[in-house]
Write a protein that binds this ligand. Sequence first.
Ligand code: FES
Ligand code: FES
Length: 162
Amino acid sequence: MNTPLCEISLTVNGEPVRAQVAARRSLVDFLREDLGLTGSHIGCEQGFCGACTMRVDGQIVRGCLMLAVQCEGAQVETIEGVSDSGEIADLQDAFERRNALQCGYCTPGMLLSAAQLLGRGGVPSRQAIREHLAGNYCRCTGYHAIIDAIEATARARAGEEK
Ligand code: FES
Ligand code: FES
């Protein structure tokens, strides 16, 4: 039996998109496979690992837990759009300088989660950074360099140099 398709209209990284998708297609599969935006990764597909982190209407979501059809009329932002806009250029530089990535599989999700925390302003404690990233798993770095990079970015944005 053919899966019925639904037509959706949404904005992805500032561009209008219309598409026909299966009702059960996840948002991350739609972005990766239909739109070729492979910056959002897929790990657990159960909402635990954070590899598929993205923004919908300004809120951080798990792309594996949302259906594409739930994004009718929404503004979706992936790591590609957020990176191209320059919004997190300082954070990306800090990740590179401090070796906060190895394989890079977790990195898009880490960056978007960190950007959410940094967007609140101020300099969060290292414990607060750890707690904020509790839903983003990294199998390579041991997290210390990631925490360093986020803390350094927060300090630089606040006009403090460590
Ligand atoms: S793939 Fe979505 S949280 Fe792991
Ligand atoms: S850098 Fe490899 S999973 Fe984080």
